[in-house]
Design a protein around this ligand. Sequence first.
Ligand SMILES: *Cc1c(COP(=O)(O)O)cnc(C)c1O
Ligand SMILES: [Zn+2]
Length: 497
Amino acid sequence: MKPDNFPKNIQPHLIPEPKGELYYQCLGCSGQFSMEKLLYVCPRCGQVLLIENKNFDDLKNLSGSTWQQIFDYRRMLNIPALKGIYRFHEFIGPTLPLDDILYLGEGHTPMVAANAPLQEKAGVAFYYKNDGQNPSASFKDRGMASALSYINHLINKDLVSDVIAVCASTGDTSAAAALYAAYLQPHIKSAVLLPHKKVTPQQLSQPLGSGARVFEIPGVFDDCMKIVEKLSEEYPVALLNSKNAWRILGQESYSYEIAQDFDYDMKNKVVVVPIGNAGNISAVMNGFMKFHAVGIIDELPKIIGVQSKHADPVYRYYLEPEADKRVFTPVTVQPSVAQAAMIGNPVSMPRVMQLVEKYNAAAGEKRVFVTQVTEQEIMDWGLEANRNGHIACTQGGECLAGLARAVEQGIVHQDETAIVDATAHAMKFSGFQDLYYTRSIPEEYGITSKPELINAPRLVLPRDPEKVPAQGAPLSDDEFKTFAGDIAQRIASELNL
Ligand SMILES: *Cc1c(COP(=O)(O)O)cnc(C)c1O
Ligand SMILES: [Zn+2]
């Protein structure tokens, strides 16, 4: 629909103008720093940052229900810059002109209700939100659209040129970074650091296909992260890990979309996300809090972070019920099929600590929880979900396993509805499914394949196995008739027809 056709009271707000003033807020020393330079950590104390808007309170000049209408009407616009995460422009990157915004089709991923058998198994009503249906097949595109739109803005203002963007990755960050950087040719080149043999072949193919420089490093993600940090301290590179606070802003869109898809009614809702580097859960909390502060939602949903027993530093931290007795200790990770979340020392832990306190305070009660699940549960729940019509990756399996655990523990109740994050597409992690089906998952994962979940193709041959069609050597008409008859009969007998 064209802007002129919208209601008169919405028209002035429909297409956002650059507004507000963003600054970096340090979570360590509370220092505030201007946006002029790209910062990843506090120049004073080295802690991580979040981006805040000096004029955030101006957003309260419109009522919550007016904002709801603005976002709902924006759904009908055909302006590319407002088709993705920037539908929520005022809450994500209010200073960016629409001309600088990159849109590659990210965001507004579907929420798919679980069917009755799966809900019954999980013990509660729930939806999967399929973030695997983003352009590079994971939620990381939300943060990259935001970070690269900002860099594009700096390029267009001639404030930077020939940007070298770098990131460390458990696979998906590099796929997203390389994709968005490829779109901004020739102004930006990307380099990604991956832990050698710790990303799936599909994930490795993505940055290669986008033309990034790909470096494989011995060790695990945490080791790659340290090298990237060293690069960003000593060389003029743009860091695209979630240490970059622009990434967090973009990932807040996940919360805004959930709110909008429930017509802004967050009562009795439970949002379940996996925790790796903890950027995503930080963004999800922050997003809901912003909408809550402006009155777009009246209630904050329950949030459940899920970790594998093989990479669970955040879970361990919150095991201590008394806040002032908690001590954060990084863990050494063990192999996890939720490989994208296999992180022992999450960069965003300081964000989590602060945001959890703020979130619970704003909700008036404890509403953020962290659960722990086994590798076996991650695999079994993921496969089970996909057998019921979903396309959940292993981290999506982890989330569903975490929801089931939370129901079991009485954290989630029957009158609630959960939204479970399938953070990537199942196909990125199909190798783990293959290993499960062929009973060959390495022992250190601690997973035993359940016969009822295994599936395998069956080669069907005719009675005379020599008489089969081959390329360039077709059968005679009679031979083919026999062949087709034989095969059809065998399939029919297998299917008990
Ligand atoms: C990055 C990633 C995670 C972990 O998210 P964090 O923000 O690092 O906590 C989970 N699942 C997938 C598929 C990912 O790519
Ligand atoms: Zn500081």
